[in-house]
Design a protein around this ligand. Structure first.
Ligand SMILES: [Zn+2]
Length: 553
């Protein structure tokens, strides 16, 4: 590594033509600007040093091939391309670090890749600020200087005095250093390649073919209860943490309707297995769980198909992002799929009430045993796009020790307004189902939670940041009188539960039995068994919770 540094220094110092700009120097300036930007907003530490070293090595990898090019034209052509590329990469790495205070990781890239253009636009307008723009402009300026310098023949490409062999050797050594040390985890191109590899070649987790067929592995599925007029609803919320719901003790009245809803069971201690949509939902609706206790693959949709239910997937989220998302794969077997967001033009954002008409239509269909899965936009960032003006209710500053800027208080208000609108949406769905007088239940839970300045100065959800409010979710069940009569559901609101086992709870609610359904994993069962809830790869949620609470008090 130091040998390489010397090499760079030599290249910089042995310059005989002092009037011309040295190519290597431009790379160094970009790196220094980026490091300086990072250090203005964070403390100096080991990680920053690693990142700095990685940037130098990465620059070397891009610069060394220059010496193999013989004439000037291809030289400058190559230089301009790699310099632009290098600056784009630096910009992404540094901005990501600035926004999230963690280095970019494969899981972050995975989330970015499956984000659709709508969300990208929102993401940018939410997180971009003046500092990032100024930083970006600095890099842009460097690129412009380099292009102009090239035109005026002011750029200097130094032919190495070392000859070809040492150069090849240096390149190999640099690559080896990157490969053999944790430095590669700082390198965005490496991480990008890795995430593509994981998504396309290693995605054994979601084996799409296992979820395609109507009934999958669920032969011999039985339903004890013969009533044919069943109408079941599972509502999947989005980015709603229980911390901002008055049903869970929040001091703003964000649940005026649901708190008056009779016979609603509000479970107090339910968490999601991840802080991201896809990872959480695929686990909730399939046999997968964090312990990987089952090697079999199959979805709740296939199980319900096998039990002669008419399955519906009604979604206000887009079915496809950059790549077909794992959610789309897991619910493949659903007989009726309705998406709203695909039809929307870029400028009209659809509020969640868009699903009401479709719900009425499905309610009126003369089919037996219908089950609807409703996937909401819920309270996803950008919060103020989630509710119509009449739900713009919360306008004052709340008590919060983490933030001080008016803009940040406004974000909390927008989030609470979105939660208030979500209260209206979920309650309306329950009301509609109630009026049908069928044998019905409505189960509502959020895919994961959200950090909105609860524990740190951060807004959003992300497994890399991974704070507890990102996992703490609302989970509630409404049952009709007929449903209560025909089913034996045990309600214990204090049960600790993680939704990677939800497959079994839904199967149990629908009274479906199969050798793959394990009632110990159903929160509604007499045989329910409490288990360790592991999040963030290896952390015990309940221990983290105890620590977090001690900090608070
Ligand atoms: Zn989500």
């Amino acid at each position: 590594m130091f040998l390489k540094m010397n090499y760079l220094r030599d290249m910089l110092l042995n310059n005989k033509s002092k009037k011309k700009l040295i190519i290597e120097l431009l790379f160094l300036i970009s790196i220094i600007i980026s490091s300086a930007f990072e250090l203005i907003f964070s403390e100096f530490g080991y990680q920053r040093l690693l990142n700095f070293t990685e940037n130098i090595l990465f620059a070397l990898i891009l610069i060394i091939p220059l010496s193999f090019l013989n004439s000037k034209k291809p030289c400058f052509f190559y230089f301009n391309i790699v310099f632009v590329f290098f600056n784009i990469i630096l910009f992404f790495e540094t901005s990501y670090y600035y926004i999230f205070n963690v280095d970019i990781s494969p899981s972050a890239i995975y989330v970015l890749l499956e984000t659709n253009k709508f969300e990208t636009k929102e993401f940018l307008s939410f997180y971009l600020d003046g500092y990032i723009i100024v930083y970006g402009l600095f890099l842009l300026l460097l690129v412009i200087i380099s292009v102009l310098a090239d035109n005026k023949k002011l750029l200097y490409v130094k032919k190495s005095a070392l000859g070809t062999k040492p150069l090849v050797l240096s390149l190999i050594i640099v690559l080896f250093v990157l490969k053999a040390t944790p430095l590669r985890h700082q390198n965005l191109p490496y991480l990008l390649l890795k995430s593509f590899y994981v998504v396309y070649y290693e995605s054994g987790v979601i084996n799409a073919s296992a979820y395609k067929s109507e009934k999958g592995i669920f032969n011999h599925t039985e339903t004890a209860n013969n009533n044919k007029k069943k109408l079941y609803v599972v509502i999947i919320g989005e980015s709603t943490t229980s911390n901002n719901m008055s049903l869970y003790g929040y001091n703003r009245k964000t649940n005026p309707l649901l708190s008056k809803q009779e016979g609603l069971s509000v479970f107090k201690d339910v968490i999601s297995p991840h802080a991201g949509t896809t990872a959480s939902i695929t686990k909730a609706f399939s046999l997968q769980d964090y312990e990987q206790s089952s090697t079999s693959q199959g979805s709740i949709i296939q199980l319900l198909n096998a039990a002669n239910h008419e399955t519906y997937w009604v979604s206000n989220q887009e079915p496809v992002g950059f790549a077909e998302t794992d959610i789309t794969k897991v619910i493949k077997a659903c007989k009726n799929k309705i998406y709203f967001s695909t039809k929307s033009s870029e400028d009209t954002r659809l509020y969640d009430d868009v699903i009401f008409d479709k719900l009425d239509e499905v309610i009126n269909k003369k089919e037996n045993n219908k089950i609807l899965f409703i996937h909401l936009q819920g309270t996803h960032i950008y919060y103020k796009n989630r509710y119509p003006e009449r739900f713009n209710v919360f306008k004052n500053n709340v008590n919060n020790k983490i933030i001080s800027k008016a803009h940040d208080f406004e974000i909390i208000n927008e989030y609470d307004n979105a939660v208030l609108y979500n209260d209206y949406i979920v309650n309306t769905i329950i009301q509609k189902i109630k009026h049908t007088n069928n044998e019905s239940f409505v189960l509502y839970f959020s895919d994961h939670g959200e950090e909105v300045y609860h524990t740190i100065k951060f807004v959003g959800h992300n497994d890399d940041v991974g704070t507890l409010p990102m996992f703490q979710i609302p989970f509630m069940l409404w049952q009709s009188e007929t449903f209560k009569k025909n089913n034996s559901i045990e309600i214990d609101l204090d049960r600790p539960y993680m939704t990677d086992d939800l497959f079994h709870s839904i199967a149990h609610l629908c009274d479906v039995s199969n050798k793959h359904v394990n009632l110990k994993k159903s929160i509604f069962s007499k045989s329910f068994k409490k288990r360790k809830r592991i999040i963030l790869n290896n952390k015990d949620y309940d221990s983290l919770y105890v620590i977090e609470n001690k900090k608070k008090n």
